[in-house]
Write a protein that binds this ligand. Structure first.
Ligand code: SF4
Length: 720
């Protein structure tokens, strides 16, 4: 038996694993006792990884060979890699030459490794000359990115996991941590056991399992977080619980916010948020007056049409009370996916550039162009996720390359996504699994390696970079994601006029270990002098142990906690308050659609279930899809447990069993995000077949982060 140290491919906690393998089969997995994210612990998903990666499962679910579909609707036929890459590069070159570089787009994934992300970003922005590259991280963390940048000056989570044990008050908001980040939740349980005086406040529309550990639960109405945070600040100001001296020394722009929160009276906040005034007061007092307050938050804040304002309003509270830059204190966004952080670091999104540079900054564009050795990188922002599918549906983007993600299930408003995929002239899907809904729309399928087979790096929620290592050989003709992108790029640069073949993508395709390390070295050099400077972080150093960024040349350890010196990465070193004004959800419930539908994770499933859905054991916790409602609402509508209901929004309708849940408040409903077409079918408002809960969700998005409001849709629920 061989043992290989690697990282769990599921959530942003980023637990270390030890993979056991025999020959080409992964036979076991256990937590890595030396990894700083988990110290040997794994949750149900991580501890069953080997059962979802065995060769038996692989034979049934994996895409193992390039496949090409000559005509839509036909079964795809096996193709050689050479013919597949020739077809892809010639088709892209033709479209680019006829319609310009913005006629193509790349939709990639927070589950790619940092090196994969780097090559895709360089391919789009450096070779083709388009910023039309976005990622499913847009559905995950882009509001957190915008919130950090607007307030603290850089996309850098300032806290670390160790802060959980130093905190005196934990403020958990919009995060079912017990299910979505289980091993971090174990730390919270440990901290509470070690320090019973630790106060835990939990804010969420649903009374989830995370609420069980809370001393104070605020069951706020969906989408009212900004009002809650502004109301807490109102009370803090009134009671003298802010820190005027710290504010005067370290921040700007408090006065405009003070004027806004003056109107957020306890009566108004209690009524808007659906909480008691005394609970609002208690939350404000605990947050402001504890020795150290740490906020943990996730998609409840991010997946919102006010996502950036929600993030900024929460960070405003930390700035107003100086609860930042000290052990146990600070705002701490929990990353949904395993490598949404790494994608942000390489700038692999439509509005970002390498190493936290800004696309709108001419100097930054020139720096990236110089690093890559190209004349320029394009200035015009690319299409973000929803905009990209809208542009494909409108015929503006003609070729779409989708890698390591399943938008035909995970994007909101599936009617729009299907219109886009049907209209596209060319859809290329680069995937490890042949079973995803998006594969059915592909003209060309390119088989990729996955966990247990890949090599590279990922960054977790606390800025900690870990190695991902292969335990077994790539099955079939699968290739690493970065090497597929690089092989395509090497062909494309010979077809596009004015490019220098061989110059941009000089990575070894025959020796993947060498190739991937040279990509890493290029990426780390791009960070020199930036807030996330990792010029001291070689693969050799990461061989010893994971490291947090920043870690400059000459250093051997990273920074656990940022801003301890009170200096922020802004021009004058001061943080900025954002004047956050409350706006309701994009689609408030109304008489025809009287329920607020919220969505979220199950404990034992991951995203579209292409991996976790292969294991019967993981259906032991929740066996089938349902819509959960409050028992009072079911009684009023004469609905019985398990009865089939139509759940209908303005965009589509699905049929699903109804289930009474004490977690769900009156006038609200909840559905898990995971169930796809194998489990749940329905149709759009114009009769088009659709699948999953995203037949119902809205593509309305936050104007700053462009992150869609997957967390709320107005629906009606009627007996089927
Ligand atoms: Fe994997 Fe997240 Fe579970 Fe850790 S907590 S084992 S990273 S799914």
């Amino acid at each position: 038996m061989t043992e290989t140290r690697s990282t769990c491919p599921y959530c942003g906690v980023g637990c270390g694993v030890i993979i056991e393998s025999q020959g080409d089969d992964i036979t076991g997995v256990r937590g890595d006792p030396d990894h700083p994210a988990n110290f040997g612990r794994l949750c149900t998903k991580g501890s069953t990884l080997h059962l979802t990666a065995s060769s038996v499962v692989t034979r049934q679910t994996r895409l193992l060979y390039p496949m090409r579909r000559e005509h839509r609707g036909e079964a795809p036929q096996r193709a050689s890699w050479d013919s597949a890459l020739d077809f892809a590069s010639e088709s892209f070159a033709k479209i680019i030459q006829e319609h310009g570089p913005d006629a193509v787009g790349f939709y990639i994934s927070g589950q790619l490794l940092t090196e994969d992300y780097y090559v895709f970003n360089k391919l789009a922005k450096g070779l083709i000359g388009t910023n039309n590259i976005d990622s499913n991280s847009r559905l995950c963390m882009s509001s957190a990115v915008a919130g950090y940048k607007q307030t603290l000056g850089a996309d850098a989570p300032p806290a670390c996991y160790d802060d959980v044990k130093h905190a005196q008050c934990l403020f958990i908001v919009g995060s079912n941590t017990a299910y979505a980040h289980p091993i971090l939740f174990r730390r919270i349980e440990d901290a509470k056991a070690a320090n019973p005086a630790l106060n835990i406040i939990y804010c969420d529309p649903r009374r989830t399992d995370t609420a069980e550990i809370a001393d104070l639960y605020l069951p706020l109405q969906p989408g009212t977080d900004v009002m809650l945070f502004n109301g807490m600040l109102h009370i803090m100001l009134w009671e003298g619980w802010t820190d005027p001296a710290w504010i005067a020394t370290h921040t700007h722009d408090f006065d405009a916010l003070k004027a806004t929160v003056r109107d957020c009276t306890p009566d108004l906040v209690a009524q808007t948020c659906g909480i008691k005034k005394e609970d609002l007061f208690a939350a404000a007092k605990l947050f402001a007056t504890s020795g150290a307050t740490l906020s943990l938050y996730c998609q409840g804040l991010n997946q919102s049409s006010s996502g950036t304002a929600k993030n900024a309003a929460l960070i405003n509270l930390h700035l107003a009370t100086a609860q930042i830059g000290k052990p146990g204190a600070g705002p701490f966004s929990l990353t949904g996916q395993p490598n949404a952080m790494g994608g942000r670091e390489v700038g692999g999104m439509a509005n970002l550039l390498s190493a936290h540079r800004d696309l709108s900054n001419a100097e930054h564009r020139a720096e990236v162009a110089a690093l890559w050795g190209v004349p320029s990188v394009p200035e015009k922002p690319g299409k973000t996720a929803v905009e990209m599918f809208q542009a494909v549906a409108d015929g503006e983007i003609k070729a779409l390359w989708i890698a390591c993600t399943n938008p035909a299930q995970s994007m909101p408003d599936q009617a729009l996504v299907r219109r886009a995929l049907a209209r596209a002239e060319l859809v290329i899907v680069q995937e490890a699994f042949a079973t995803t809904a998006t594969c059915a729309w592909a003209d060309l399928l390119l088989p990729a390696t996955t966990w247990g087979e890949k090599t590279g790096t990922v960054t977790n929620s606390e800025r900690c970079i870990s190695r991902v290592r292969p335990a077994v050989a790539a099955p079939g003709e699968t290739r690493h994601d970065w090497s597929i992108a690089a092989a395509f790029a090497q062909r494309l640069e010979r077809l596009l006029p004015g490019r220098s073949p061989g110059a941009l993508f000089p990575y070894s395709l025959t020796d993947p270990a060498l190739g991937v390390e040279s990509i890493w070295n290029e990426h780390r050099e791009s960070t020199r002098g930036r807030d996330l400077d990792i010029t001291g972080m070689s693969y050799a150093l990461l061989e010893q142990a994971p490291r947090q960024w920043p870690l400059k040349e000459g250093e051997t350890t990273g920074k656990a906690r940022l801003y301890e010196d009170g200096i922020f990465p802004t021009l004058d070193g001061r943080a900025r308050f954002v004047n956050t004004v409350y706006k309701p959800v994009a689609e408030p419930r109304e008489s025809r659609y009287p329920f607020s539908l919220t969505t979220g994770r199950l404990r034992d499933q991951w995203h579209g279930m292409s991996r976790t859905g292969t294991l019967g054991r993981l259906f032991g916790h929740v066996a089938e899809p349902s819509v959960q409602m409050n028992a009072q609402d079911m009684a009023r509508r004469l609905l019985k447990e398990g009865e089939l209901v139509h759940v209908t929004s303005k965009r589509g309708s699905i049929i699903v069993p109804v289930q009474a849940s004490p977690e769900v408040a009156v006038s609200q409903a909840f559905m898990a995000m995971h169930w796809g077409s194998e489990y749940l079918s329905g149709q759009s408002s114009i009769g088009q077949p659709l699948a999953g809960v995203n037949a119902l969700t809205t593509s309305a998005y936050c104007p700053s982060s462009k992150q869609p409001e997957l967390k709320h849709a107005a629906v009606k629920i009627l007996k089927a």
